[in-house]
Design a protein around this ligand. Structure first.
Ligand SMILES: [Zn+2]
Length: 579
């Protein structure tokens, strides 16, 4: 009896192990099999994970179409359900999120042209009930369950996209952190090592400001190992390196980002990273990851190979911030390795030595107050208040604010230096010297690049007597009044619509907008008093009104457009459909 009982337990344990090992095998999303490709051809990329965009690290990969003509169907990479649908005039355009609960990841597909019938049906329902083309809805698991490989929609060019492609992401569902899709086997062929354009050597002061720079072109160096034989003389105590570089993958002309970087000084690793994950909160720290001033002035991107004190990007591995102290009598031996995901690698060797003659540092204005990266500071003038939260900055600044008042008592504030990057949005409040009570709802905060620069609408909300917004760039800020309504101009509308399947209008507002404290224009379209879902695209400023479901005969069209300041534009017209 005892033996039999033992064997039953043994069988159960054996069976349990089998099930356990099988399920462990099935649910390994990194095995290259769990997820499939979102397309059914060997794709090429026009963008890779974490490549450096102006305001963020690219959160996914950009997959090129198999052909620019015709439909390019897209498929769910795994089993799960549609958990979110977001339709917007800019940004991701038509986008869906598919949650894969078995493994805890969510796949994201953006810039689609359209969706499968079931998804389109759900979208239409929400657009109608919300009376808005733009929607952002969360769905329960039972509404749109989906199998691995199921058709979800077609590749498109909607939202902030400039050419047909799929923007594809895989996120950790819980943390929402995007992860490099290459880790799941969703990648293209790559046998091409990264391209190195220019090496920059920065002489730095103790606050990480550049006091000297030397650039060395690497563009003609095609070898895997580059050696610069003459020691580079640096007329400063400490050095930082920056690199202008990109990667290419097979059969794609697009410049993409590199994957891994290692900087060794005298054979010890001082700065390195692998671009495996990026959190959305940290994505905007990119302005302290590349040379911001050079990017703004020359439109060229140099990755810094050293870390500003405030730049706590999770993926950075640094000892001593990647700074290299230089000495007169001792050469520092530097080695940099730059690689892509497939381990195609370039290496640069050179050495640094301190010059006899040092660069004179320009004296800093000691009347200005210093803001250290970890400190908070409130700045209050009669008509201005700024609050720097701790860690709003990448490096210490000496805050420079200039006030300028014109004959009409309008005050402009030139706030610090437009070439200094900001890490986190900084609250700024402006108070009008002579408030215009009848125009308060039209008041906005405007930013320009100094005097005469073009205006950008930062919106703002009133809080007591003050209009407040988030400053994400330094520059010139002042209160302005937007009393100009958007414009609605016909492109293809005539009173005789005939057989047209849609009519188009151009919708424009007078000022470009920036930041989260400004509302974009809201557009509504009615035909015969019924709300009509009409796609609008910010980049083209084109509104498309569908006509295909209308019956023959006369109809009434009404378009309403409202901007951030509540300025309203209306267009009404009668028209005739004859199919
Ligand atoms: Zn993209």
């Amino acid at each position: 009896v005892a033996i039999r009982r033992f064997s039953v337990v043994g069988v159960i344990i054996f069976y349990f192990c089998q099930v356990y090992s099988q399920s462990a095998k099935i649910t390994n999303p990194y095995d290259g099999q769990y997820f499939r490709s979102p397309v059914d051809y060997d794709f090429q990329l026009s963008g890779n994970f974490c490549e450096l965009r102006e305001t963020h690290f690219h959160a996914g990969i950009d997959i090129k179409p198999s052909s620019i003509f015709g439909r390019v169907p897209l498929y769910s990479i795994g089993k799960g359900y549609v958990s979110r649908i977001k339709i917007s005039a800019g940004g991701y355009g038509k986008a869906i999120f598919i949650e894969h609960p078995e493994v805890g990841y969510t796949s994201v597909y953006a810039h689609l042209d359209g969706f499968n019938d079931r998804i389109e049906f759900i979208i239409n329902q929400h657009q109608k009930s919300l009376e808005s083309y733009e929607i952002d809805i969360l769905l329960n698991p039972d509404i749109l369950p989906i199998e691995k490989g199921a058709f979800i929609g077609n590749m498109g060019n909607t939202g902030h996209s400039f050419g047909k492609h799929l923007h594809f992401e895989i996120r950790d569902t819980k943390t929402e952190k995007p992860i490099n899709p290459f880790h799941f086997g969703i990648k293209s062929e790559d046998h091409i090592a990264p391209s190195l354009i220019t090496l920059a050597i920065h002489g730095l002061d103790p606050d990480f400001y550049k006091i000297w720079e030397k650039r060395i072109s690497l563009i003609h160096q095609k070898e895997k190992e580059i050696t610069i034989t003459t020691p580079i003389e640096v007329p400063a105590w400490r050095t930082g390196i920056a690199l202008n570089m990109f990667d290419k993958s097979d059969n794609s002309h697009n410049k993409q980002g590199i994957y891994g970087f290692h900087l060794y000084v005298d054979d010890s690793l001082v700065y390195s990273y692998h671009l495996d994950k990026i959190s959305y909160d940290q994505s905007r720290y990119i302005t302290g990851f590349y040379d911001y001033k050079v990017r703004k002035k020359e439109n060229t991107t140099y990755s810094l190979c050293y870390k500003y004190p405030g730049n706590n990007l999770d993926f950075l591995n640094t000892g001593d911030n990647g700074l290299i102290p230089v000495y007169i009598a001792k050469e520092r031996k530097v080695r940099m390795e730059i690689e892509d995901f497939n381990k195609n690698r370039r290496t640069i060797h050179f050495s640094l030595i301190r010059a006899e003659q040092m660069t004179e540092q320009t004296a800093k204005d000691s009347t200005l107050s210093v803001i250290k990266v970890g400190d908070s500071l409130a700045v209050n003038d009669n008509y201005l208040s700024i609050y720097f939260e701790p860690n709003s900055l990448f490096r210490n600044i000496r805050l420079n604010i200039q006030k300028e008042e014109n004959a009409k008592n309008e005050i402009k504030y030139h706030i610090h230096d437009k070439y200094e990057p900001i890490k986190k949005p900084i609250k700024i409040g402006l108070t009008p010297k002579f408030p215009k009570p009848n125009k308060l709802d039209k008041a906005i905060i405007v930013r320009t690049n100094g005097n005469g620069g073009s205006k950008v609408n930062y919106g703002g909300r009133w809080s007591k007597e003050q209009l407040t917004t988030d400053m994400i760039e330094f520059g010139t800020f002042f209160i302005d009044y937007d009393t100009i309504a958007p414009t609605i101009k016909s492109i293809s509308f005539t009173p005789n619509v005939g057989k047209k399947s849609e009519v188009r209008f151009q919708i424009k507002d007078n000022l470009p907008t920036r930041g989260k404290m400004v509302d974009n224009i809201r557009i509504k379209v009615w035909i015969d008093g019924n709300f009509v879902i009409s796609p609008y695209t910010s980049k083209t400023q084109i509104l498309q009104i569908p006509m295909k479901d209308l019956s023959n005969g006369g109809h009434d069209l009404k378009i309403e457009v409202i901007d951030h300041s509540g300025n309203v534009a209306n267009f009404t017209a009668g028209f005739v459909v004859k199919k």
